[in-house]
Design a binder for this molecule. Structure first.
Ligand code: FAD
Length: 458
């Protein structure tokens, strides 16, 4: 008797309901990862995520080998390949984590049909990728298939109660003779383009180490330091959560067991992650279409968009963020917010342009969190203050008061001390010329008037 455990965004052994169920269903299990050509065709496989994924797969394989098993790798259409592996091994069941994106739901449907045609069953597991399954808590009233406001969602989320944490399996028996390809390198996963120079190491072990360190130092002060740009005091666990190297259920249980306000604030952020997933599950179209149409007639100025992408807008705190993104494939949440506000409100460029650029670079790039946070910032999403504009100077003064974040990422301004680094245009003529740094692409006051008019606020 054989079962297939089809890994997706759940590349771990600890608290792994899919593998756990497959091991209970049959004495022999095929731990399968299909390098899905559909994901590459959709333009979603980019060098940074490919590099992290290659590490995560190698780590998963090593963990399975320690338990007497191994990871089976195949390349192709995920549905066809999984069907083939099931047929080759005579597996009766395929186990898979429930996804929320339109792509994941389509894959699930096709796979169920393909397997059923051969007399096999697809078993889908909830609360693997999110802590609470989308739809587990719903607002009252008819037609309410998701929460559009976070606070009431969070109250219900807290009261809902999570499933308990599952132990990692002691041993995994893989049927003999199952054909596997070699573990893919980043290059094989994504042949074009170079990864960013300072990416985190992929995999469950690296994720657990990081979480351990975060629990020992970091989490306790999180609520006070969460927005401190130079302090860089957030967990940086998002790539591990995106690929499922860490279980959100396990993280919430561990943080909730602590009395400190930092742990509480951290759990709240994990609930934000679930919140966006439940919006996307109910409105898969929000990956592309405005969640709320504000009648925007977006501008598009190639030179301005390029300046934003390359970190040359002339607003140092914006440019610092855009350069960090390119260098690390990651960005602090406060910086994501202010660069997104700058693009969509100050430059009044379509949020989809920014979301695409983020997805091209972010290691944690995720349809639910990325598209819906972009919509939130653009005011087309679930934000209850859609016309709020983040002024980059005010943001810089509040969250980088001494200018250290800017000096780290915009080295050509490193000669400017303190907060003066935020306004190089204020320097007198010859002094200004000494700095090889662009003038602001836009005047903030003019931009604000333009945006308010466009949104019918004036
Ligand atoms: P921490 O502050 O340590 O938070 C812990 C965890 O909570 C994070 O790892 C993340 O999983 C979750 N979380 C925190 N804030 C949010 C949030 N606002 N929405 C959803 N989950 C959250 N996050 C992604 O994982 N992938 C994305 O593609 C993504 N795109 C974003 C785009 C924009 C424009 C904005 C404003 C935010 C985006 N975020 C995205 C959310 C957030 O910025 C990142 O999750 C966070 O910065 C990751 O850093 P961290 O792990 O140190 O977070």
């Amino acid at each position: 008797d054989v079962a297939v455990c089809l890994f997706s965004s759940d590349l771990r052994l600890h608290d792994q309901p899919v593998l756990h169920a497959a091991l209970r269903a049959a004495p022999q299990v095929v731990p399968l990862f299909v390098v899905d050509t559909g994901i590459a065709d959709a333009g979603f496989m980019v060098p940074n995520r490919a590099a992290f994924l290659a590490g995560a797969l190698a780590d998963l394989d090593a963990g399975l080998r320690e338990r007497g098993g191994r990871l089976v790798i195949r390349t192709g259409d995920v549905v066809a390949e999984t069907g083939r592996v099931a047929a080759e091994t005579g597996a009766g069941e395929v186990h898979l984590a429930a996804g929320v994106s339109g792509y994941a739901l389509g894959r699930e449907r096709r796979l169920r049909a393909e397997l059923a045609a051969a007399g096999r069953e697809l078993v889908v597991h909830d609360a693997v990728i999110t802590a609470l399954p989308p739809g587990a808590v719903l607002p009252s009233g008819p037609d309410k298939d998701h929460f559009a406001v976070f606070t009431p969602y969070f109250r219900r989320w807290q009261a809902a109660g999570l499933r308990s944490v599952l132990p990692a399996p002691r041993s995994v028996r893989v049927p003999a003779g199952v054909r596997s390809e070699d573990l893919p390198s980043a290059r094989v996963l994504c042949p074009g383009g170079e990864p960013s120079p300072a990416l985190p190491e992929g995999g469950e072990r690296a994720g657990r180490r990081r979480f351990g360190a975060w629990q020992r130092s970091g989490m306790a002060d999180y609520q006070d330091r969460q927005d401190d740009l130079p302090g860089d005091a957030t967990s940086r666990l998002s790539p591990y959560l995106h690929f499922g190297c860490l279980s959100p259920v396990e993280l919430v249980h561990k943080a909730s067991a602590r009395p400190d306000a930092g742990a509480e604030a951290f759990v709240r952020q994990l609930a934000w992650r679930d919140f966006h997933h439940q919006v996307l599950a109910a409105r898969p179209g929000a990956a592309r279409a405005d969640y709320r149409d504000r009648g925007d007639r977006w501008r598009f100025d190639r030179a301005e968009v390029t300046a934003w992408q390359e970190g040359r807008t002339g607003y140092p705190v914006v440019d610092a963020g855009m350069r960090q993104l390119r260098h690390e494939g990651w960005l602090h949440n406060r910086a994501r917010m202010l660069v997104a506000s700058f693009l969509t409100k100050t430059l009044y460029v379509d949020w989809r342009v920014g979301a695409r650029h983020f997805l091209d670079l972010l290691v944690d790039g995720d349809i639910a969190n990325n598209q819906l946070n972009w919509q939130w910032m653009a005011g087309t999403g679930t934000d209850t203050r859609p016309n709020r504009v983040l002024n980059p100077l005010v943001q810089a003064r509040r969250f980088d008061p001494r200018g250290d974040y800017v000096r780290r990422w915009v080295p050509e301004l490193a000669g400017l001390a303190g907060a003066a680094v935020h306004q190089p245009w204020k320097l007198s003529g010859p002094e200004r010329e000494a700095y090889d740094y662009p003038d602001p692409v836009v005047d903030l006051a003019d931009a604000l008037v333009r945006f308010r008019r466009a949104r019918g606020q004036e």
